[in-house]
Design a protein around this ligand. Structure first.
Ligand SMILES: [Mn+2]
Length: 449
């Protein structure tokens, strides 16, 4: 993998997308020739001198993914080499020593200053330049008018283009996926050996080689019934366990790019229907992954998940009505109340998923479904596919009391509620041909078995 060459191609592609975005913005009445991307400003906790964990914003990071830290800027102008100003303060409290030479540095016009107020000395006067970043003060220091901070006419096309990953971005994502997959493999062993949720979390960090603040999102480590809480945020210690089922939704990161993997593992003494459900969701997920092909609406994959879940719940005897009737009565929404997945990249839930076009326009999911991505798939789109089936008391209760109550086998449901739920999630690249599942092969070997 030659990151140096991939980065050079990446910059060319970003240049092309930036030119396109500036043209669209121009047609919408926003005249800019260039953009300054600011990584962000360091925050401290209120009335405290402790630093909030810093994360550069995605639009900045796309230009120089290995460059982390506050106050750095990229000045990007179509057709010109990007100018990067790295702000490296003189400091004896924190380590600001030079970073090792990296593959990207030779491809940009790189400058270094000690303070942000020296950045204008490098960039000069900035006319018709837009500013991207959350810090209006920084824009003012650069002499950029507030009206040019993230103008929507420019933000929307740049968000739109974020969905398509360059080969360089895919290469960085693969590194994140390898770390995350290792974490899942190790977690399976620890779970079967009886680890509790805290031990599973610590083990995951250790096997990915990540510190707590380096993972792209809070791990979801849920034993048994807690696996039916979609974003279960706590971790129980020895007071609970060993569990019979583990739902682990946990990822890793590399240069800002996220991997987002979910696996559900069961022990032999789990309720046999839950074990069958796990295998059925796993098989369904493979079929949904195969649907990640260019020209297909992502919504179609979501609706297919509901069709398949209706069939699975009927076959397992959870529902007493046909799959068709279950869909008709919207019963599957009780069991999969979330979307089938989302765009992924520099943000775990990446931007632009609900845009109808590069210029914007809302493309909401149909029929009040919850779904973070409604785009038509294109080669380069990187998405998650993550169907799930859960027994969530809060959602089951209205069904139990409602007019469709007789459609459900409640004695079986009551046996399954303590088991929680199942989710299987992989990260999938849409290509010109077959979809490229970046994660399943890492967890299960190339045979997929
Ligand atoms: Mn996800």
């Amino acid at each position: 993998m030659n990151l140096d060459a991939l980065y050079a191609d990446h910059l060319q592609q970003l240049d092309h997308w930036l030119a396109d975005a500036l043209q669209r913005a121009g047609r919408a009445g926003c005249s800019a020739d260039a953009v300054v991307f600011h990584s962000g400003r360091q925050l401290e906790y209120h009335l405290d001198d402790r630093l909030v964990i810093f994360q550069p914003n995605g639009h900045f990071r796309r230009w120089a993914p290995p460059l982390n830290g506050p106050e750095h800027v990229v000045l990007a102008r179509p057709g010109a080499k990007p100018i990067v100003v790295r702000v490296r303060p003189k400091d004896f409290w924190y380590d600001t020593s030079p970073t090792p030479e990296s593959h990207w540095e030779g491809h940009v016009d790189l400058h270094e200053v000690e303070r942000f107020d020296q950045v204008p000395d490098v960039l000069g006067k900035l006319d018709r330049v837009a500013f991207f970043g959350e810090c209006g003060e920084a824009a003012a220091t650069l002499g950029i008018d507030a009206s040019m901070i993230e103008p929507e006419a420019l933000l929307l096309p740049l968000d739109w283009h974020r969905a398509t990953k360059t080969d360089y971005e895919v290469a960085l994502t693969r590194v994140a996926c390898e770390a995350a997959a290792k974490g899942h493999l190790d977690a399976k062993e620890r779970f079967l050996a009886g680890a509790d949720e805290r031990q599973l979390h610590w083990g995951f960090l250790q096997s990915t080689g990540h510190l707590e603040h380096e993972i792209p999102y809070e791990t979801i480590v849920a034993l048994d019934a807690k696996s039916a809480i979609l974003h279960y945020q706590f971790k129980r210690g020895p007071e609970y366990g060993p569990g019979k089922l583990l739902l682990l939704d946990a990822g890793a990161g590399h240069c800002g790019y996220a991997a987002d993997i979910t696996r559900t593992f069961v022990r032999d003494d789990i309720h046999p229907v839950m074990a069958q459900l796990r295998d059925a969701v796993d098989a369904m997920e493979r079929e949904l992954v195969a649907m990640v092909t260019p020209g297909r609406s992502y919504v179609e994959i979501h609706l297919e998940a509901h069709r398949q879940i209706a069939g699975i719940l009927n076959e397992l005897g959870v529902l007493k009505v046909s799959a068709e009737q279950a869909l008709e009565s919207r019963l599957t929404r009780t069991f999969m109340p979330h979307g089938v997945g989302h765009l992924i990249g520099l943000q775990v839930h990446d931007v632009g998923g609900h845009q109808a076009s590069p210029e914007g326009g809302e493309a909401p999911p149909p029929d009040s479904h919850v779904l973070r991505n409604t785009r038509t798939l294109e080669p380069g789109h990187l998405v998650t596919i993550e169907p799930g089936v859960y027994f969530i008391p809060m959602l089951l209760e209205p069904l139990r009391r409602g007019s469709d109550a007789s459609s459900v086998n409640w004695s079986l449901v009551d046996e399954l509620i303590p088991c929680g739920g199942v989710r299987i999630e992989d990260n999938v690249l849409c290509t010109e041909g077959e979809p490229d599942d970046l994660t399943r092969c890492l967890i299960e070997g190339t045979d997929g078995g």
